[in-house]
Design a protein around this ligand. Structure first.
Ligand code: F6P
Length: 353
């Protein structure tokens, strides 16, 4: 009987998960393994929910958004009994190895299972936030930014027509990558990211200057950008099972729009694209990256390299220790601040006479 690999997808879904599942299933098959899917992330391993996976089932997954396996933000380490249930079900389903596809939370649990229980796990990094340390890019990011850029371009059309300031709020959790790349790629006038506290005076100065010239301005804001520290208390404090504040109640886009309108006297509107960024078919980049890391996961299993994760380093897919990915978050680094200065600061812009 062929050795069996279980595959699960955990945390927020993102485009590329289905191609990664397909990559793993195809490569595992070639290496003589069979695969089964575990439904709804770690919840499925706790509750013992599995589904069949083979070449036929996954054949057209390469262009499909979401995750065929379902997902959840369940953390088995919240209850000791759930850790035991995961270990029992791993045995019950006669698994040889577990491929976990997720972000820092899902991979953090995988790393712990490997360290504390010697569970043969391998990781596949995914997240639209692009905030995992051990890999250059995560799949999901390119598609999400592509969707956000499309939204920004639409806001430019309507904003220009009405001579308004438009604020686009994007996701990205505690990293500003989605906002920064969206702003750079859509020719936005200002960007707000959590890594760089907004200077209200500088932002207003920039908006006034560009508005004076073109009667329009576009601001892109990350959902966790900080404007008024004194308003932090008003922001939602509801936590998920991994201890992250759920950011959806925060409404930075609306708050920023209100602030800009008050300070400039210019009519301002905010748009929040939220989960629209996570749906739809993966871009070419995400299809290829996810396929490659999915394939690598099967290879890592075959080589017995457990506790490792498939990572993109340069243009190569390599195995790196899972702990590295589940450790510190990769946020927007200082080098990017220089680029921000060129495109988004008000320095160098002169007001028309
Ligand atoms: O981590 C991915 C992400 O989309 C973040 O950008 C966002 O803050 C969060 O998930 C939203 O989570 P949920 O889908 O649980 O509302």
């Amino acid at each position: 009987m062929a050795k069996r690999i279980g595959i699960l997808t955990g945390g927020g879904d993102c485009p590329g998960l289905n191609p990664a599942i397909r990559g793993c299933v195809y490569a595992a098959g070639k290496l003589g393994y069979e695969c089964v899917g575990i439904l709804d992330g770690w919840k499925g391993l706790i509750e013992g929910m599995i589904t069949a996976l083979d070449r036929e089932i996954t054949e057209y997954f390469v262009m499909k958004g979401g995750t065929h396996l379902g997902t959840s933000r369940t953390n088995p380490y919240k209850k000791e009994e759930n850790v035991k249930k995961c270990l029992d079900n791993f045995k019950k389903f006669e698994l040889y190895a577990l491929v976990t596809m997720g972000g820092e939370d899902t991979l953090g649990v995988a790393a712990r299972f490997h360290k504390e229980h010697n569970l043969p796990v391998v990781g596949v990094p995914k997240t639209m936030d692009n905030d995992l340390s051990a890999t250059d890019y995560t799949f999901g990011f390119d598609t999400s930014v592509t969707v956000a850029v499309d939204a920004a371009e639409r806001l430019i059309d309507t904003g220009r027509s009405h001579h308004r300031v438009m604020v686009l709020e994007v996701m990205g959790r505690h990293a500003g990558w989605v906002a920064l790349f969206t702003a750079l790629a859509s020719g936005a006038d200002y960007v707000c990211i959590p890594e760089k506290k907004i200077s209200p005076a500088e932002m207003i100065d920039k908006i006034k200057k560009v508005y004076e010239r073109k009667k329009f301005a576009l601001v892109v804001a990350s959902e966790s950008a900080g404007l008024h520290p004194e308003h932090e208390e008003e922001f939602g404090k509801e936590m998920d099972q991994f201890g992250h504040v759920i950011l959806k109640e925060r409404g930075i886009g609306e708050k920023l729009a209100g602030f800009i309108e008050k300070e400039t006297g210019i009519e301002t509107r905010a748009a929040v694209i939220g989960h629209i960024q996570r749906g739809g078919e993966p871009t070419l980049f995400d299809r290829i990256l996810s396929t490659r890391v999915g394939v690598k996961a099967a290879e890592l299993v075959h080589e017995g390299k457990f506790g490792m994760m498939a990572a993109l380093i340069g243009n190569e897919i390599k195995g790196v220790p899972l702990d590295k990915a589940a450790g510190e978050l990769k946020t927007v680094s200082k080098e990017w601040f220089d680029l921000m200065e060129i495109f988004f600061s008000s320095g160098g812009i002169t007001m028309p006479q």
